[in-house]
Design a binder for this molecule. Structure first.
Ligand SMILES: Cc1cc2nc3c(=O)[nH]c(=O)nc-3n(C[C@H](O)[C@H](O)[C@H](O)COP(=O)(O)OP(=O)(O)OC[C@H]3O[C@@H](n4cnc5c(N)ncnc54)[C@H](O)[C@@H]3O)c2cc1C
Length: 244
């Protein structure tokens, strides 16, 4: 896909190392909620590669010219640090939207849905529930966000007020151990297990830490979900990051 330009029209600090960016494109982006953009922060890495990184659009696909992303600053991370410094009015190159699996399909049959996210993965979940296609599913959606604490990323209050009102009461936020703590994976497994035993979903949206997503998708398969209805969006993998 050819690179296009997007302009930063607003930037809001959301706590100590999180920045909410609002970006404007002259042409419609053409995304369905849940998809992500590949942003080029203009940094050339050692070896000559560009530090292009993926960011899920958390705002609704009803608006195709102006979108929001939230970026957590990763220590020494080339892209996230640039995105914390760029100034309103500056332009970034991007390509996309990308994401073949993680969104509601036009032919999805209305029924129970679980949106389970870890860490920064909540942005993908927000994009999915804010999409036009999610409208009929809203009374059937359960949303679970597993996060280290209220200052790790977007605040619980921000997430709560930036998803459709209808599903706000169903948002469950669970504290999870930081990456590298062994109990983290077991905690994530137990939380999903409890929910699956309570109510079997027809569709599962899973996003965030890939090490947890592989456990969650296995659990979903055991509970009888069809593979095509387990929609995964891995952001990073904690097991390789034990020493971070
Ligand atoms: C589909 C997709 C959507 C994404 N959406 C978002 C988003 O909405 N907001 C956002 O902040 N990031 C998001 N990311 C992560 C983002 O693409 C970058 O990995 C992140 O910004 C770090 O990039 P960097 O160049 O600063 O650091 P890098 O040098 O690329 O990152 C260093 C390491 O940190 C890992 N990492 C990335 N995020 C985390 C995390 N939260 N916890 C622990 N380790 C992590 C990376 O995988 C990498 O191994 C998404 C990733 C994918 C694949």
């Amino acid at each position: 896909m050819p690179a296009r330009k997007i302009k930063l029209i607003s930037a809001k600090p959301m706590g100590k190392d999180v920045r909410l960016l609002t970006l404007q494109s002259d042409e419609p982006i053409g995304f369905v909620g849940g998809k992500w953009l590949m942003i080029n922060p203009g940094i050339i890495l050692e070896g000559g590669k560009t530090a292009k990184r993926a960011y899920s659009i958390l705002s609704s696909d009803r608006e195709q010219h102006i979108v929001s992303i939230a970026v957590k600053k990763i220590p020494n991370g080339p892209s996230s640090n640039v995105l914390h410094e760029i100034k309103v009015g500056e332009e970034l190159e991007y390509s996309g939207p990308y994401g073949k699996i993680y969104h509601f399909y036009e032919n999805d049959i209305v029924g129970p849905v679980i949106i389970a996210a870890t860490d920064t993965g909540i942005t993908a979940g927000m994009g999915a529930v804010n999409s036009l296609r999610a409208a009929d599913f809203l009374p059937h959606i359960k949303m679970i966000w597993m996060v280290e604490g209220s200052s790790y990323f977007l605040s619980p209050d921000f997430v709560q007020t930036h998803i459709p009102q209808e599903i706000q009461p169903s948002l469950q936020i669970e504290t999870i151990q930081p990456t590298g703590v062994p109990e983290r994976l077991e905690k994530a497994r137990l939380v999903l297990q409890k929910e699956l035993e309570r109510r079997k979903p027809k569709i599962a949206f899973l996003s965030g830490d890939e090490s947890i997503l592989s456990i969650w998708s296995e659990q979903c398969l055991i509970f009888g979900l069809e593979e095509r209805n387990i929609r995964k969006d891995p952001f990073f993998q904690s097991l390789q990051k034990k020493n971070r």
